[in-house]
Design a binder for this molecule. Structure first.
Ligand code: ADP
Ligand code: MG
Length: 262
């Protein structure tokens, strides 16, 4: 078997503030394999964003190690792409110039990468707005731009922190479809944080359920083949979908019901 795209070994994080120290995530072990799509669900405050920030290298964990594609991770690197709920596009840059930014900063804006960007813009239906400015676009379009920017540096691993939660339902479903298709086409590995249980089931190969105080992975669910193969909208119609939804719902309702292994 090839090296995992992401390997977390005993990740623990304590935030120290003037009000004291608090254990945000506790002893997280996780391996995500190449091409796998894994979702993290859990109540707010259970440490999902903390975990992604550690993987992205924005926060140094108090304990534990991060490996990305077999190499030491946990530091800022173009190998890891991070997409957030807010798109953080620069209002004074055109769509094209916004998505080029990462490449320019890392000195990789060569002809091949420029072509790759145009190809991605085309795939995401953004080619005709490449000279527009962010304020001229809808929320869904802006998130598509953010995705292109995240994919621009060809990361091994994509971290998605509630990227759809500010969008209306219709747009969210369309984006789920589009993003999953793009990630599958380009065989990207992804870790998605969402509080939407249907989204987690419909998009993932595997769902991790976290509990709070301290943040831990309490339960893990493998999504069956037929649901994984279906598109996110079709998946919601399959007979196996609702039992999975309810299983996760119950886990989240009763976080202390069982002490989960991981
Ligand atoms: P989630 O994304 O699951 O909602 P977070 O990772 O944002 O959870 O937060 C986990 C815990 O750590 C929460 O109790 C939160 O209050 C705390 N926390 C998050 N960021 C900080 C910070 N910068 N300083 C102190 N505590 C923090
Ligand atoms: Mg969060």
């Amino acid at each position: 078997m090839s090296e995992p795209s992401l390997l977390l070994d005993g990740i623990t994080h304590v935030y120290v503030t003037d009000r004291g120290a608090s254990l945000a995530v506790d002893d997280i072990h996780l391996a995500v394999h190449p091409g796998e799509f894994v979702s993290l669900v859990g109540p707010s405050g259970c440490g999902k964003t903390t975990l992604l920030s550690i993987i992205a290298g924005l926060i140094r964990p108090t304990e534990g190690t991060v490996r990305v594609a077999g190499k030491p991770g946990g530091k800022l690197s173009p190998r890891v792409g991070y997409m957030l709920q807010q798109d953080y596009l620069f209002p004074w840059r055109t769509i094209h110039d916004n998505v080029m930014l990462g490449l320019e900063l890392s000195g990789k804006a060569d002809a091949t990468r420029r072509k790759w960007i145009l190809h991605l813009l085309d795939e995401l239906g953004l080619l005709q707005v490449r000279d527009s400015y962010p304020h001229q676009l809808s929320g869904g379009m802006r998130q598509r731009v953010a995705l292109v920017r995240t994919l621009a540096t060809e990361p091994d691993l994509l971290l998605l922190d509630e990227p759809f939660s500010a969008l209306d339902y219709q747009t969210r479903l369309q984006l789920e479809e589009l993003i999953l298709e793009i990630l599958r086409t380009h065989r990207k590995t992804a870790l998605l944080v969402t509080h939407d249980i249907s989204e987690a089931v419909a998009m993932s190969d595997r769902v991790l359920i976290m509990g709070r105080n301290p943040g831990r992975i309490r339960h893990e669910l493998q999504i069956p083949e037929n649901i994984r193969r279906a598109s996110p909208i079709e998946a919601r119609e399959l007979p196996g979908f609702h039992p999975l939804f309810h299983e996760i719902w119950r886990e989240l309702e009763d976080p202390d019901g069982k002490e989960g292994a991981s």
